[in-house]
Design a protein around this ligand. Structure first.
Ligand code: C2E
Ligand code: MG
Ligand code: MG
Ligand code: MG
Length: 280
């Protein structure tokens, strides 16, 4: 009796497993098609200079326009793309699209693009970035590459060499989601970053928790000492923004200044002083 119950358990488990596998395979096939059929879209979210409030650039954020499921956010497919290697063509698509779009913007605006740790393993990555810049005509100085700390864990010396090459080209480097994951202060001196992006989880607590203020103020001090700038991510309220300005952050990004939007919905008339212009 116990034996058959055990077997049933296994059966149920197996079925659940294979259902999950099947769903995954479907999604993988769909994503492969999506890349081939250009169903991926790049949306742009502004970031502003904290002192002047002026828009300084945009971060490129990928979305999947699924034929039946609608617009799918990146946290529902980036991990799968990384596991299957599809992140390589996906990442190239995003970088090329973003460079091409940004080349048509006012020249003072930067474009920030996220790179996945898996793309870092591609030997061709450096050449691909050069080609995207050359093909779009975007000056390298207007491109910022965002990297999360997890990238740096493996293959430290190769990554360092790769980052130095990008810097020599004139591309800026930002450390994304700082304060989450395996933050190590040694990364800040070991790699040539220009900018630290403080993760939004710290900003979320800012107005309730004095401790968050202390952390942000320490990061600002540290960054200054290392000649790096600081961006606060996920700024949603004027109160948060005021607090962050007082703490000395250089740049701010978040729903307060604009959500990620498709290129058609972004306004580029005149220098934009108020972030609300593109709130649409
Ligand atoms: P990330 O690079 O840290 O991007 C910031 C995320 O925070 C975006 O989520 C953005 O929409 C969201 N966000 C911005 N302001 C606010 C705010 O005020 N409040 C809140 N709650 N959220 C805000 P999104 O677009 O869903 O992207 C999630 C993550 O997916 C990104 O985090 C990035 O790690 C990854 N990702 C997006 N596009 C790409 C891509 O082209 N390549 C790679 N490798 N990763 C990407
Ligand atoms: Mg980012
Ligand atoms: Mg981030
Ligand atoms: Mg992230």
């Amino acid at each position: 009796r116990s034996k058959s119950a055990g077997r049933n358990c296994f059966t149920v488990y197996d079925e659940a497993m294979s259902a999950e596998l099947e769903a995954r395979n479907t999604l993988e096939g769909d994503l492969r098609d999506a890349i081939a059929r250009c169903q991926l879209e790049v949306h742009y979210q502004p970031f502003v200079d904290a002192l002047s409030g002026e828009r300084r650039g945009f971060e490129a954020l990928v979305r999947w326009r699924h034929p039946t499921r609608g617009l799918i956010p990146p946290d529902q497919f980036i991990a799968l793309a990384e596991e299957t290697g599809l992140i390589v063509p996906l990442g190239e698509f995003v970088l090329r699209r973003a460079c091409a779009d940004a080349a048509g913007w006012p020249a003072e605006l930067m474009i920030a693009v996220n790179l996945s740790p898996i793309q870092f393993k591609e030997a061709e990555l450096f050449d691909m970035i050069c080609a995207a810049l050359a093909d779009s005509g975007l000056p390298p100085q207007r491109l910022e590459i965002e990297i999360t700390e997890s990238v740096l864990l493996e293959r430290g010396s190769e990554n360092h060499a790769f980052m130095e090459r990008l810097k020599q080209l004139g591309v800026e480097l930002a450390l994304d989601d700082f304060g989450t994951g395996y933050s190590s202060l040694s990364y800040l001196t070991a790699f040539p970053f220009d900018k630290i992006k403080i993760d939004k989880s710290f900003i979320r607590n800012l107005t309730q928790q004095p401790r968050s203020s202390a952390i942000i103020s320490s990061i600002v001090t540290l960054a200054r000492g290392l000649d790096m700038s600081v961006t606060a991510e996920g700024v949603e309220t004027p109160e948060e923004f005021d607090r962050l300005k007082a703490l000395g952050v250089n740049f701010a990004q978040g729903y307060l200044f604009g959500r990620p939007h498709p290129i058609e919905r972004i306004l580029f008339d005149a220098p934009v002083k108020s972030s609300r212009l593109d709130a649409a």
